[in-house]
Design a protein around this ligand. Structure first.
Ligand SMILES: NC(=O)c1ccc[n+]([C@@H]2O[C@H](COP(=O)([O-])OP(=O)(O)OC[C@H]3O[C@@H](n4cnc5c(N)ncnc54)[C@H](O)[C@@H]3O)[C@@H](O)[C@H]2O)c1
Ligand SMILES: O=C[C@H](O)CS(=O)(=O)O
Length: 507
């Protein structure tokens, strides 16, 4: 490691000086040891700002993943016996270590995800909020006493950890998605093997470095980065291993379905946080500024790359032009583009050219069906590889063929908002619900009866009424329909990673 705040791991210059360059590592963490893949292979991690190679990370094979699962299984035998309070102090120590290194972690997130540095600091905070939340829950993870029907029986329940949890995480939130699921599983007394997304393994590795300093026994957390090519094999090892008792996955619906099917063969528990396609409805009585700010927060956060981003945007036809004008006014007031390392920047590039291709396809689809561009990208050459500006399109107040649009069945996952008109409340709800996914939804109205009516009618796991952000550690996060099963965060989130055991005493 160089002493000047740079790291020998980095393959390119970045305008950030690490306080602790050892957090940037490219090795796997297995059984408490830092190791390279048994094949010696590596895979590149790109900087989305210029598509240059930022680091070469060890590419774990199926055999390596099997060894990590065994290490986690062995560690579980003693970790499960550690008292709740001791576990709690270790989770606390991990959270404190992350907080103490928040700037370096944010820099790693910016490097591999292209998220502006100021936003990455926010994501580190959001990630540690989960650990703070679990810290408060661990010691309450008890059972109950149950009045028995038989006079001489007494019945209680206890909650026990499940064993090895396999965690598979996506690129779009490389810190919080790890603390949210790995943190919950470990807080509940399980051991974990985590496979981060190939695009963003460096955050996971840095989190493991800090985990190591928190005093957990060896093997409680294992990180197995692997390339996209190796991913199906490594995933198969996780779903077929007899030691893995629970697979916790965040990612796309097709991959979630595949993993769930494989887990069903040995009846493993699964937690599935999958894709969404959030409806965002602006009623005719809405406060235009509040609704415009809600849209900008929901649609353009992380450059449109979150599973809860607004995607199908419906605006009452009588106010569609007013709403468009308010969004056009607020966009430059709220979003600042520029170098992702500039502290003023809060809007950055997409994670890769794959994301750009999808946004372009949706843009062309909107245009071909009559939408007009009012701000942003027209589909031509971009100034830098993955930097699509915030883009706003509007359909005419007469537009009626919503179902033909690609956005009606597929997440855009990028900074592209197209406003579609509607006339009746029932029509908006019908369109919002006629889809196979149901993660988040949003609407804006000042009418209190409508707030209850529409919130109850929308078929999603989370609803934002007069707000564009619904993610917070204290509330259950998750979807219905093909957006998944299970909830992360909220008051009962640790229970997902435990088994209930009933114990009957005869007197
Ligand atoms: N509901 C949520 O909480 C949530 C959060 C973030 C992202 N997402 C969804 O994730 C998607 C974006 O992420 P993505 O494109 O990386 O999704 P993805 O499903 O392709 O990848 C997610 C993870 O699964 C791994 N993976 C892919 N194929 C696999 C296989 N055959 N076996 C095992 N692992 C496999 C990837 O390497 C990655 O680690 C979006 O659809 C988004 O909505 C959902
Ligand atoms: O992409 C999905 C993330 O879970 C969204 S959030 O950052 O938790 O809101």
């Amino acid at each position: 490691m160089a002493a000047n705040g740079t790291s020998s791991v980095l393959k390119k210059e970045i305008p950030y000086k690490f306080k602790d360059p050892s957090l940037l590592d490219t090795r796997a963490f297995v059984g408490g040891e830092w190791i390279n893949s048994s094949t010696g292979k590596t895979f590149p991690v790109l900087d989305p700002e210029d598509d240059k190679v930022a680091a070469e990370v060890t590419d774990m094979s199926r055999k390596d993943v099997a060894a990590a699962i065994e290490a986690a299984h062995e560690a579980f035998q003693s970790y499960k016996k550690i008292p709740h309070r001791t576990r709690r102090f270790m989770v606390r120590a991990w959270a404190d270590a992350i907080k103490a290194n928040r700037e370096d972690l944010a820099a790693i997130c910016t490097l591999e995800l292209g998220k502006p540095y100021s936003e990455s600091l926010g994501t580190v905070k959001y990630g540690t909020d989960y650990l703070d939340w679990f810290d408060g829950l661990i010691e309450r993870l008890g059972g109950e006493t149950i009045p028995a029907a038989k006079q001489d029986n007494r019945v209680i329940t206890i909650r026990q950890p499940q064993g090895v949890v396999a965690a598979i995480t996506p690129w779009n939130s490389p810190i919080a998605m790890i603390t949210r699921k790995v943190g919950a599983a470990i807080a509940a007394g399980n051991t974990v093997v985590c496979k981060p997304a190939p695009e963003t393994p460096l955050c996971a590795i840095a989190l493991a470095k800090l985990f190591e300093r928190a005093g957990f026994p060896k093997g409680v957390l294992n990180i197995v980065p692997c390339s996209a090519e190796n991913t199906p094999e490594c995933g198969d090892e996780m779903t077929s291993s007899k030691f893995v008792k629970h697979l916790s996955f965040t990612g796309s619906t097709p991959v979630g379905k595949l993993l769930n099917t494989e887990c069903a063969k040995s009846l493993k528990r699964t937690s599935m946080e999958l894709g969404g396609n959030a409806p965002f409805i602006v009623f005719e009585d809405a406060d235009m500024k509040k609704a415009a700010d809600g849209l900008i927060a929901s649609k353009f956060r992380s450059s449109g790359q979150t599973c809860v981003c607004a995607n199908r945007i419906l605006v009452h036809k009588d106010v569609i032009n007013d709403f468009r004008d308010m969004v056009l006014k607020r966009l430059p007031e709220v979003l600042v583009s520029g170098s992702v390392w500039d502290k003023k920047t809060n809007f950055g590039p997409l994670y890769s050219s794959k994301g750009v291709e999808k946004v372009k396809r949706h843009l062309e689809d909107f245009k071909s069906k009559g939408a007009t561009i009012h701000a942003g990208w027209e589909g031509g050459k971009l100034d830098s590889p993955n930097m699509i500006p915030p883009t706003l399109l509007v359909h005419s107040p007469e537009f009626a063929d919503r179902k033909a649009l690609q956005v009606s069945t597929e997440e855009t996952f990028g900074p592209l908002a197209s406003l579609m008109p509607f006339t009746e409340e029932a029509e908006a709800i019908k369109y919002a619900n006629e889809i196979n996914v149901g993660l988040a939804s949003y609407f804006f109205t000042k009418d209190h009866s409508r707030m209850w009516r529409v919130a109850e009618a929308l078929e999603t796991g989370m609803v934002g009424v007069q707000v564009g952000l619904v993610s917070a550690v204290e509330q259950p996060f998750g979807g219905i329909k093909e957006s998944g099963m299970g909830r992360e965060g909220g008051g009962n989130c640790l229970e997902e990673y435990t088994e209930i055991k009933s114990i009957t005493f005869g007197l």
